[in-house]
Write a protein that binds this ligand. Structure first.
Ligand SMILES: C[S@@+](CC[C@H](N)C(=O)[O-])C[C@H]1O[C@@H](n2cnc3c(N)ncnc32)[C@H](O)[C@@H]1O
Length: 390
């Protein structure tokens, strides 16, 4: 890192920490200090900016952080994509690719909010799942000291680069490559586990590797929707609420660079179209309602559907081919479906219940993972709970 670049970066580091403090993402002097002293540009030497090319195709354009005028961009409060899935990435010109992102430097305000929500104390040992660029590991090292920080990523190449960048700052945390859903390869136990990739279940290894009274902060991906949960670990189980910081992460993969595809039967033939009480806008604009749908319909996915006439709809679908969709057009509250009619009836029931409870926010919901591995969502005020692991 050349002295003039670091000098220029210092002003941006201070400004970013101030911005995050003012927005309420940073809530303590310890994390303010970590953000003020950790140069993000060192961890993001290049990144991919999303743009639409002349043919209307969405592409990732590579940006070099140290090129003229680029440095300030890395200190904006934005997620920066840093790796693409080679299976889907196709080169469209000298510096642009299509494809699915497989690694990124998370939006600083989301990272700061999560680090605060982690409530980590001096001397506590932390496992991060999803090393990525190493920037968040560097923040943890600045706060706790590298000897207390472990981080694992599925992609060995990312771990190698992160190790080199961390060393430049004098940090030597314990880094490993492997599937973080299997926990830390050394089998140690931690006061905190923080995951920066999403998981569909809380892995057994995380429960085993969290000390009693410790906690796990992760994005739980439940099909239709998901979110950050902060779970206290006790007696082989874990329990807690959806966290006040909300954000979503890329899914944990089983392979270093690519995602596996989900199997799905062909769509069932259309059965009926009828008026509905729930519009696409109701689903799109209410995050807590989508979470409720995820609890009610744990096997369902939510996708956008474009019909032959160019109209867009929001669609729920099951792996057996059942589907139900309602158009994005706000003046058209109809549902069309194929396969079982119950899919959309459950959506309408959930909407009626959520309204009857005065539209509770996401932090009112909780998650329990029992010692035998079952997962429940719950809503304390009326004792409702939904089994997610059937
Ligand atoms: C959002 S990025 C992490 C950002 C990172 N904390 C940082 O500060 O740059 C998510 C990371 O999770 C990693 N990942 C995906 N599946 C994983 C798995 N099963 N185990 C460990 N890491 C995984 C990806 O390779 C990617 O680097």
């Amino acid at each position: 890192m050349t002295a003039p670049v670091l000098e220029e970066a210092r002003a941006h580091m201070v400004a970013l920490a101030e911005e995050l403090t003012q927005s309420g993402a940073i809530r303590s002097p310890q994390w303010a200090e970590a953000f003020t002293t950790t140069p993000r540009h060192l961890f993001v030497p290049r990144w991919y900016k999303q743009e639409t090319d002349a043919r209307g195709i969405a592409v990732w354009r590579m940006q070099q952080t140290l090129h003229e005028g680029q440095l300030p961009l890395v200190y904006r409060d934005e997620t920066l994509v840093t790796a693409l899935d080679p299976k889907t990435a196709e080169r469209v010109d000298a510096t642009a690719w299509t494809g699915v992102a497989t690694s990124s430097s998370t939006q600083p305000s989301l990272m700061a909010g999560m680090l605060e929500d982690l409530c980590v104390g001096d001397g506590q040992r932390v496992l991060e799942v999803g090393t990525g660029t190493g920037y968040n590991a560097a923040l943890l090292c600045a706060r706790l000291g590298g000897h207390l920080v472990h981080s694992v990523d599925i992609d060995p190449a990312l771990v190698l680069s992160a190790r080199g960048r961390l060393a430049k700052l004098g940090h030597a945390p314990h880094l490993a490559s492997g599937d973080g859903q299997d926990g830390c390869p050394t089998g140690e136990r931690f006061d905190r586990i923080i995951s920066t990739c999403s998981v569909p279940r809380i892995p057994d290894a995380w429960i085993e590797q969290t000390k009693p009274g410790g906690s796990i902060l992760t994005d739980l991906a439940l099909g239709i929707e998901g979110g950050l949960v902060n779970l206290a670990v006790h007696d082989g189980g874990a329990r807690g609420h959806f966290s006040r910081t909300s954000g979503r992460f890329m899914p944990a993969r089983r392979w270093a660079k690519t995602y596996t595809q989900r199997d799905r039967a062909p769509y069932a033939p259309e059965t009926e179209a009828r008026p509905t009480t729930v519009t696409a806008a109701d689903i799109r604009s209410h995050y807590p309602f989508r979470l409720l749908l995820a609890f009610t319909l744990p096997e369902a996915e939510l996708v956008y559907h474009l019909d032959d006439y160019g109209s867009m709809a929001i669609q729920l679908q099951l792996s057996d081919g059942t589907w139900a969709r309602t158009p994005l057009a706000p003046d058209d509250p109809t549902v069309t479906y194929g396969g079982a009619a119950e899919l959309w009836e459950l959506v309408e029931e959930a909407w009626a219940w959520w309204n009857s409870q005065n539209r509770p926010g996401h932090t009112r919901y909780g998650i329990t993972r029992t010692p035998d591995g079952r997962l429940y969502a719950w809503y304390a005020p009326d004792g409702r709970r939904w089994e997610l692991s059937a």
